[in-house]
Design a protein around this ligand. Structure first.
Ligand code: HH2
Length: 282
């Protein structure tokens, strides 16, 4: 899953692809690098990020979803292959509805259907897949001394409850992906424990999505002697190490900014483990 941030303030690539044309071109580049899913987002979830109004979020993401769907459709038709999927990273039902109307096939809701009471109906009424992610609190406050008795048990119980909620509302279980929410209301130790014990979440019976790409815990592990965290642009080795580990522990969807190196690292890991590298496009 390649990240297409249409924001001025995302933590690692804010402002780079803010114009619709630049965002579409970037998404197509990620597909050329091997992405099977493009995750389009118009609101940063970094700690302390300013909320984005509905009209502004729509203005940012809708032309990009429309542009990508049109280009990917044409490309897939010409090649006779499956079209890579477009995902919408939003917690607003109206944005999800509009993106689905424009051809998105996955709703990535970092609030796991808690942010907008209408979101679950939008998902249930569609054929789309949906990613439910764990987050402690909300982005503005989530990194203020997060505490857990046992982070893995609590994330697992939360995801089980959210999955049951979605299914009870009419979302087919087969459409749901689950995500432990690396960096969302977690300390460095929490993130590492979740990755180390990721296999415990497999008992939930749904594919696991993991997003470690360039996140600040990687910058902290490799902080300089002055204590300064490593710059986001320098976090690719850490991203790849965590993706490989997460694959070995059972994760199957990896939300990354740097698709080509992630794909190469994961294909090599899969081959080494004797598994087949499954994608929708090959
Ligand atoms: N992480 C980010 C955003 N959306 N969605 C899921 N399912 N899982 C994640 O780990 C996840 C996510 C944060 O990364 P990014 O989009 O690069 O930054 P920002 O939120 O600042 O735009």
């Amino acid at each position: 899953m390649g990240v297409v941030n249409v924001t001025p303030d995302s933590f690692s690539d804010g402002g780079l692809f803010f114009e619709p044309g630049a965002a579409v071109a970037h998404g197509l580049e990620l597909v050329a690098e091997g992405a099977d899913i493009l995750d389009v987002g118009g609101e940063s979830t970094r700690p302390g990020a300013a909320p984005v109004a509905e009209a502004e979020e729509l203005r940012r993401v809708l032309p990009v979803v429309e542009g990508l769907v049109a280009e990917l459709r044409a490309g897939a038709q010409a090649a006779g292959s499956a079209r890579p999927q477009v995902s919408i990273d939003t917690s607003k039902a109206s944005v999800a509805r509009a993106a689905l109307g424009a051809g998105a096939g996955l709703i990535n809701d970092v609030t796991a259907l808690r942010g907008d009471p209408e979101m679950v109906e939008v998902v249930a009424a569609s054929e789309a897949q949906c990613c439910l992610m764990h987050m402690l609190g909300e982005p503005r406050t989530m990194q203020r001394e997060p505490r857990y008795a046992d982070v893995v048990d609590e994330v697992k119980a939360f995801l089980a409850e959210r999955l049951a909620f979605a299914v009870a509302a009419g979302v087919a279980e087969e459409r749901v992906l689950l995500d432990p929410g690396i960096g969302f209301g977690k300390t460095l130790a929490h993130n590492l424990e979740l990755l180390r014990r990721l296999d415990e979440l497999l008992a939930l019976g749904r594919p696991l999505l993991v997003g470690t790409s360039r996140k600040s815990f990687l910058g902290r592990i490799l902080a300089g002697t002055d204590g300064e965290p490593l710059d986001p642009a320098e976090r690719l080795p850490g991203t790849l190490a965590t993706c490989v580990l997460a694959y070995e522990r059972g994760a199957r969807v990896f939300r990354v900014h740097d698709v080509a190196p992630a794909r190469a690292a994961l294909a090599t890991t899969a081959a080494t483990l004797g598994a087949q590298w499954m994608t929708t496009t090959s």
